[in-house]
Write a protein that binds this ligand. Structure first.
Ligand code: G6P
Length: 615
């Protein structure tokens, strides 16, 4: 989704903004633009394409002097990706310039109203409507920009993070937020504005994250004052000390962020359970769960809401919670849940899973669940994100920043957290014996080194990728705990290689996908020893007898599947409920290598966004 960067201070704004836009590339975008102000001229340049295209264009079009500026990467919602629809947008008079992440839902009537007053629109965007609405209010009421922004935002319906400045005010940028993230980095006599802290991490460790319906006039050399948009009241702003460091958001020698993040999983999983999983004391310590244990124990059921890969982690959790804690679980797409008039009671525990903590549908589903009295627990990776703040309690995954659009370490760390919660709950409910509880803890503690071993399949997986990279379709099959892994494997392939892939419960294959099987369609089967092994072996035989090609993920030492499959990739043995943490690894590598071999943009696949802040 769109990325926002801004700077006001004593340095040249252009290099800071350009680098910041590159850091936000992971969010997914189709065009980029920048506006710089040196107190005399506003210099604006924008283009369809990547930040590199913008850089080339800027070099030809404008001089880059100026200590105030705003930059934007756009992920198209209203209007196709082209130069004109790219941000920043001028107001009709050319006095105001804006960048925006989000959607103004009532832009059509606002536009019509402005057109009757003589406003002309060059682009198809809702953003150009917003900047002209601000201009109209400012002109008619003869007020300052900040006030005009506030009045305008009270008239719009939708979501926004905006940064806007005024030619007549060379020392200020006005920012506001509702639904889309916005951080203000606070330096010495300088301010940074960005969708997340990554653009300014080398300049300052202090930031204010705007809350929904908050705005600020950021003035050179002055303190930042945050106000509530609905009533203009002053807010006590909270300056956070950032935990992020530069190394975490750079590739560290890997060719792609995705590969780096795949390889970070042993550490990331360890970081997720560090201090929480204490096998020697036979304790699982999670304050968010502990403080709300009554809610968990009295729950009639658990409802898990999420999107994308996080939804797949939710599906794995369904098996874990039902199996260990003997509680009914429902897993729903947040986008369906929020519009379905779901039955929710005060005795339901809702678990919302989100890497970014900003997914618009998940956020809306949380609000709905809360409004109906449910207790909502968040599982997020990004500290201080909207979902982390909106939920009643929660646990961070501590996976570190995930930059590759295709989620990898977020998935395994989400499963880790959910396993911890299920185990803790099972212990409290007495649905697991103390010896089994300890056994699960010890096995979980060994997962990082087993992931390390699973990663050793990399070279083999890369050879397999080379053989099948030109296939047009893939089928992924798994049963039980490995069924969601099949879904996730197929999603990874689709996302970054653009090859069609379907994940299916292996037994269901007979009800449709078996018709597709021939020698041209590889089937990836997750066939680990524990959990329906014999059944999976039968499924493999059914595919082989129809000339299908099998790539099997098996437990180390497997004999039976080895004889049947065309290729086998081994993972270490573990408990059935922990298998997804290992079987996922070769599937991530397979999609990665196929995408690289096909020359695709692995970290920024077309049309996708890392953080989907619009519905
Ligand atoms: C986007 C990303 C996916 C992610 C999904 C949910 O589609 O590309 O990788 O799984 O959003 O995001 P969340 O941040 O809520 O986990």
């Amino acid at each position: 989704m769109c990325g926002i960067v801004g700077y006001i201070g004593h340095r040249e704004a252009y290099p800071i903004i350009l680098k910041g836009l590159k850091r936000l590339e992971y969010r997914g975008y189709d065009s980029a633009g920048i506006a710089l102000y040196d107190g005399n001229d506003i210099k604006l340049s924008k283009t369809k394409g990547k930040v590199d295209d913008l850089e080339a264009r800027v070099a030809k079009e404008i001089n880059t002097e100026g200590t105030l500026g705003i930059g934007h990467t756009r992920w198209a919602t209203h209007g196709v990706p082209n130069d004109v629809n790219s941000h920043p947008h001028y107001s009709n008079s050319g006095e105001l310039v804006i960048i925006h992440n989000g959607i103004i839902e009532n832009y059509e009537p606002l536009k019509q109203e402005l057109e009757t007053r003589g406003y002309v629109f060059k682009s198809d965007t809702d953003t150009e409507v917003l900047v002209n609405l601000i201009e109209d209010i400012k002109k008619n009421e003869d007020i300052m920009l900040g006030k005009a922004v506030q009045i305008a935002l009270n008239q719009v319906v939708g979501a926004y993070a905006i940064a806007v400045f005024d030619r007549s005010k060379p020392n200020e940028i006005v920012v506001a937020r509702l639904g889309s993230p916005l951080a203000i980095g606070i330096g010495e006599d300088e301010f940074f504005i960005a969708s997340d802290a990554s653009p300014f991490i080398e300049y300052t460790n202090n930031a204010i994250y705007l809350e929904d319906e908050e705005m600020a006039v950021v003035r050179r050399g002055k303190d930042v004052k945050i106000r509530k948009i609905p009533d203009d009241s002053l807010v006590d702003s909270y300056v956070q000390e950032l935990q992020l460091n530069l190394e975490q958001i750079e590739k560290g020698g890997y060719p792609h962020f995705m590969l780096k993040e795949i390889y970070e999983q042993p550490h990331a999983i360890g970081d997720t359970f560090r201090g929480r999983l204490l096998p020697e004391e036979a304790i699982i310590k999670m304050s968010g769960v502990e403080d709300n244990m009554k809610k968990f124990l009295n729950a009639n059921r658990i409802i898990i809401i999420a999107c994308g890969t996080s939804w797949h982690a939710g599906l794995v959790a369904e098996y874990i919670f039902e199996d260990l804690a003997r509680i009914q679980v429902e897993v729903d797409y947040a986008s369906e849940f929020r519009y379905r008039n779901p039955v929710i009671t005060e005795n339901d525990v809702v678990i919302a899973i989100s890497q970014s903590g900003e997914t618009a549908d998940t956020l809306a589903a949380i609000k709905l669940a809360k409004s109906r009295g449910a207790f909502v627990f968040g599982v997020c990776n990004v500290v201080g994100s909207s979902i982390a703040r909106e939920t009643d309690a929660g646990a961070y995954t501590h996976a570190g920043p995930e930059i590759g659009v295709a989620s990898t370490k977020a998935f395994t760390t989400q499963i880790t957290i959910l396993t911890l919660i299920a185990l803790r709950m099972a212990r409290a409910k007495g649905t697991i014996s103390s010896s089994d509880f300890r056994h699960h803890m010890i096995e979980l503690e060994m997962i990082p080194e087993k992931v390390e071993i699973a990663l050793k399949s990399d070279a083999l997986v890369s050879q397999i990728a080379d053989i099948y990279k030109n296939a047009k379709n893939f089928l992924y099959l798994g049963r039980g705990y490995n069924f969601p892994v099949a879904l996730e494997g197929a999603l990874k392939l689709k996302e970054i290689s653009y090859i069609h892939a379907e994940g299916y419960p292996a037994a269901e294959m007979k009800h449709g996908p078996i018709a597709l099987i021939d020698e041209n369609m590889p089937t990836v089967v997750i066939a680990t020893k524990k959990g329906h092994y014999d059944k999976i072996v039968s499924n493999i035989q059914e595919i082989k007898s129809r000339s299908g090609v099998i790539i099997a993920i098996v437990t180390k030492g497997d004999v039976t599947v080895k004889e049947l499959a065309d290729h086998v990739i081994e993972v270490p043995e573990t408990l059935e409920c922990l298998a997804p943490l290992l079987t996922t690894i070769p599937l991530q590598l397979l999609s990665y290598h196929i995408a690289v071999l096909l020359g695709k943009n692995v970290d920024q696949p077309r049309n996708l966004a890392k953080s989907v802040t619009v519905e």
